[in-house]
Design a protein around this ligand. Structure first.
Ligand SMILES: C[S@@+](CC[C@H](N)C(=O)[O-])C[C@H]1O[C@@H](n2cnc3c(N)ncnc32)[C@H](O)[C@@H]1O
Length: 260
């Protein structure tokens, strides 16, 4: 199967061409409830998740970024239902991470502003790759660690603290025109990922030359991030209009790769 390509088709067709245990990481964002009508296309959730399980390598990961619509006064709960289905067919719910929007669209009514989306991390077996993002530790150097012995006495042990620690599982991003990405053409799609979100997840769960897939490629954010990080990539996008936008967007980065 040809890689480094966006297939302009239903992702079920693309995945049907993939062998078992093929993809290291899928990072994607499905159409949410009927919040937006992406040129009128719909998706068959259960079939897609079954195929994702088959094509994901053992130790591979699916990052599923999703939120609920509000209907008849209630959030739909679709995100939870989808997560439970992933678990039912064999994925581990490895980490319920949060994509926190620093500057969301303000919402009216008797609810707080909607600041986050779920960023479910599903693994097929235990993750084979984990390159955690880190941040600076405020207190570093040697420290005393206390624990209580069997006789109740406090024992002190010197431990060496590192200067860096893993970040938490809430990821903060500013979004919007000129911020989610500098590629103006991407905003012709109504629901793009912040580019940094995809970069952070690809770095965490894959190594160079691993294969990254996005079954709902939209404006091509995953393709661009994979190219910049020297990963192989594959995408599916059912709308011809969005595929054209994605290719226009990634063209300069593809040329950079060829020049190397
Ligand atoms: C939330 S958007 C993804 C946006 C993308 N993350 C980005 O950064 O641009 C979902 C996309 O899925 C596409 N789509 C819907 N059903 C599909 C299917 N069955 N197969 C492939 N793509 C589909 C829609 O056209 C839409 O562009």
């Amino acid at each position: 199967m040809e890689i480094n390509k966006i297939y302009n088709e239903n992702c079920l067709i693309t995945m049907s061409q993939m062998p078992d245990n093929f993809v290291d990481l899928t990072i994607t964002s499905p159409p949410y409830d009927d919040l937006r009508n992406y040129n009128g296309f719909y998706f068959e959730f259960e079939k897609i998740v079954n195929e994702l399980f088959r094509v994901t390598k053992n130790g591979g990961i699916v990052i599923w970024v999703v939120a609920d619509a509000t209907k008849n006064g209630s959030e739909t709960g679709t995100s939870f239902k989808q997560a439970l289905f992933f678990m039912k067919i064999g994925f581990n719910l490895h980490d319920t991470m949060i994509y926190y929007k620093n500057n969301p669209m303000p919402t009216a009514g008797k609810r707080y502003h909607q600041h986050f989306e779920y960023m479910f991390c599903f693994s097929k077996d235990s993750p084979k790759t984990f390159n955690p993002l880190t941040e600076h530790c405020r207190y570093n150097g040697m420290a005393n660690m206390k624990n209580r012995g069997k006789n109740g006495e406090l024992n002190y042990k010197k431990i060496e603290r590192t200067t860096e620690k893993k970040v938490g599982n809430v990821f903060f991003y500013s979004i919007g025109g000129g911020i989610s990405t500098k590629d103006n053409i991407a905003y012709q799609h109504p629901a793009i990922f912040p580019e940094q979100l995809v970069i952070d997840q690809i770095k965490t769960w894959t190594n160079e030359n691993d294969l990254v897939y996005d079954c709902f490629m939209g404006s091509g954010t995953t393709a661009k991030a994979a190219i910049l990080l020297n990963r192989k990539w594959l995408g599916s996008e059912i709308s011809t209009e969005y595929v054209e936008i994605a290719y226009q967007r990634i063209k300069p980065y593809l040329q950079t790769l060829t020049l190397k």
